[in-house]
Design a binder for this molecule. Sequence first.
Ligand code: FAD
Length: 424
Amino acid sequence: MKSRPLTRRTAVLGLTATAAALARPSIVRAQAAARIVVVGGGFAGAACARALKRAQDSLQVILIEPNTVFTACPFSNEVIAGLRDLDAQQFSYDRLAADAITVIAQAAATIAPQQRSVVTADGVALPYDRLVLSPGIDFHFDALPGYSDAAAEKMPHAWKAGAQTLLLRRQLEAMPDGGTVAIAVPANPSRCPPAPYERASLIAHYLKARKPRSKLLILDAKDSFSQQRLFEQAWKELYGDMIERVALSQGGRVTSVDAATRTIVTEFGNYTPDVANVIPPQRAGRIADIAGAADATGWCPIDPVTFASKLVPNIHVIGDACLGGGIPKSAAAAAAQGKACAAAIVALLADRTPEAPRLTGICYNTVAPGYGFSLTGNYQPRGDIFAEVEGGATSPLDAPRELRAREAEDAERWYRTITSECFG
Ligand SMILES: Cc1cc2nc3c(=O)[nH]c(=O)nc-3n(C[C@H](O)[C@H](O)[C@H](O)COP(=O)(O)OP(=O)(O)OC[C@H]3O[C@@H](n4cnc5c(N)ncnc54)[C@H](O)[C@@H]3O)c2cc1C
């Protein structure tokens, strides 16, 4: 950790200032600088809050986030494989507070769009001119019978980084040589589509070094996946036949689980692995649903030029929670959306027409130390979604190991840059 986390007292001071503002007569409020409340301080929310303040210092920017320390998912697969400490994933909000963003260490509990007000878990109402929702994902437990928060203590998802990441790592460490690790992969849309396969690779790296008689089984609700040929080439080259994948058409979709017996049920048969990493189906963070911003898909439809919710006025949705179309749910996309949304809000407040954004996302996968590859994409609004446009690129197949080593270094550099932009 770089610096001291927010204390309860800091948070209370933030609330007190807001409560004082609330008490002002409405005529004064109308003349005051616009107040933007951002719910969720992950990659999307932190990037947006900072970009708002940088674009227009006079804006009141309030960030509501229950955790005083953010734990980043990118590179958390390396923590699971014992290649990195969880500390390298953790960032405080001190730098955002130093940028004159009011950081409130609470969860948003309810939202009243008519009153334009967010109520935090401790019962304080915060009015807004515009609200940005960036709550990331929650799990769609109804879509996977048998799975729940309690089941995740036995069959970890490790799809929100932190305690779950360490639990999965401990289970791998405790597993005997010759054991089986299974990873259950959901259908899209889901957070970071290539990350389950990166995880499989890095767990295989750990097993090869420490428990070489073990197997890794991927039970997949998809037939094909992002950068598949690159992954499969690397698996063959690095891990021989240690990784086995059962695709959707082979009956790989997981239909239920039983945590008591650590059983994974698929369309083809039952599996009882020694370590079960169950990544459940996902949806937008629950507060998006409470706000009325999520539709029947569980995700939030938006206008891709402004990120304005299609369902609720004066609310914008960014990051994993929004229905982005062709743009993957990634930290790179979330931060890019955060910045573009900030620009759109500043334009809207000034009665200007926001410019259509062109977003670029890069996604690195590290399949072993010093072995990485990437996918770059460009995305622009088309109708109600983002569509991929020309200019994207994927690392070549059959590339020399020097290129893979360079891309692994680029991945580290990317992580340092994005976390510094958002939290540093
Ligand atoms: C294993 C793994 C590896 C990954 N690797 C990569 C990678 O290499 N590159 C990449 O680009 N992406 C990667 N990702 C994806 C990336 O982590 C997500 O896409 C990204 O975090 C999305 O950002 P976000 O801001 O939308 O959500 P998050 O970063 O999850 O932030 C959401 C925040 O909202 C807060 N929140 C939720 N509800 C409330 C509420 N009611 N009130 C207040 N706050 C709330 C949460 O506490 C959280 O801090 C990976 C993901 C995983 C799981």
